[in-house]
Design a protein around this ligand. Structure first.
Ligand code: ADP
Length: 335
């Protein structure tokens, strides 16, 4: 029986943090044998907000390298850079014509980002049509591979719903062609900010709040040391969010024996937070070391990395060209 296809994409934002890794990318690596996986670095999506061209190009290459360093294997999975597969944008136009304006205006992420831009720069700030239509590009990213599943978090559900609507409308209008992509839910850890453990770890909160996946060991140890642990609760009582976050990081690193031992100490009131932090830092350093080494190796030969990026994207181009030919034929274009 052929494997079901899973598609997931990441924007080239510059630096992955441990939240992205434990909460998404590591799962991508883990499911490579079980599913027929397609992963993408979606640089076109990064153009919807104000950006710097040189940085976008560098971030895209770096994200490709980072995914390889994390364990995405182009021999097992398709790994494309979106702008190297122009079939996505061509399908976006075709899909724009089966998407309603009203549907797009109801997207909460558009509303959120628009108000963020307005708050930053007042009404004068530029809001691109790309920001408005990017859920259509996202639908094209998913459907052009005829993906069965998309791993999603709660905030992405609305976009997947949109892709399903587009698939259904296309199929009704032109004939059954696209499978309706379903969400793939997996229980994954949510990593909280170190400086404010009531909030999700995110780069936008600032340096103190996150740990970059490839940060130096020194820096990891320093950040863990200064992590907020307690907000006045008693050892043995309810776990404070900061302490729970460190426990969850130890678990995510697979250091289960230490986790159990420390948890016993917590329950009988003998846990020392300095010890908890030492174990957290050691677990992270040991888990991330091989990834950092692999990344350094890949970064030392950018010509090779560039070649790998083009070769991997060519696989996606071959597949999507065939799909686009079918679609063009169905919608009445010369193919
Ligand atoms: P998104 O806007 O899709 O959340 P991000 O770049 O913030 O984009 O995150 C990329 C992936 O990493 C997503 O799958 C997201 O759910 C996951 N992620 C981000 N931050 C965290 C976190 N603090 N803990 C767990 N997973 C996270």
């Amino acid at each position: 029986m052929s494997k079901k296809r899973v598609l997931s994409c990441i924007q080239p934002t510059g630096e992955i943090h441990i939240g992205n890794y434990f909460g998404a990318v590591r799962n991508w690596v883990d499911i490579q044998d079980k599913y027929d996986c397609v992963y993408g670095v979606v640089d076109l999506h990064a153009m919807t907000m104000p950006y710097d061209p040189a940085r976008l190009r560098e971030n895209t290459t770096q994200m490709f390298i980072d995914l390889l360093a994390c364990g995405i294997d182009p021999k097992k999975s398709v790994l494309f850079v979106q702008s190297l597969v122009p079939q996505h944008t061509e399908l976006t136009w075709i899909f724009s014509c089966v998407t309603s304006y009203g549907e797009l205006s109801r997207m909460t992420q558009f509303k959120d980002k628009t108000s963020q831009l307005e708050a930053e720069g007042g009404k004068k700030n530029f809001i691109s049509a790309g920001l408005f239509t990017y859920p259509v590009l996202m639908a094209a990213d998913i459907l052009i591979y005829k993906a069965h599943y998309v791993p999603v978090g709660k905030d992405q559900e609305q976009h997947l719903e949109m892709s399903r609507n587009i698939a259904v409308r296309f199929n009704n209008q032109f004939g059954d062609y696209f499978p309706e992509p379903a969400p793939l839910y997996t229980e994954l850890p949510k990593v909280m900010s170190l400086a404010d453990p009531t909030r999700k770890m995110s780069k936008s909160l600032g340096e103190k709040h996150y740990i970059g996946l490839f940060e130096s060991e020194d820096s990891i140890r320093k950040k863990v040391k200064t992590a907020v642990t307690d907000t006045g609760s008693q050892p043995g009582g309810e776990m404070s969010p900061g302490v729970a976050n460190l426990f969850s990081i130890i678990r995510a690193c697979g250091n289960l024996q230490a986790w159990e031992e420390l948890n016993k100490q917590f329950l009988n009131g003998t846990l020392k937070y300095s010890e908890l932090k030492n174990v957290t830092a050691d677990s992270l350093v040991n888990t991330l070391r091989p990834l950092r080494e692999k990344r350094t190796e890949l970064n030392s030969d950018r010509t090779l990395a560039d070649k790998l990026m083009h070769e991997a994207s060519a696989v996606a181009r071959d597949y999507t060209t065939r799909v686009l030919d079918d679609v063009k034929g169905m919608v009445g274009l010369i193919s």
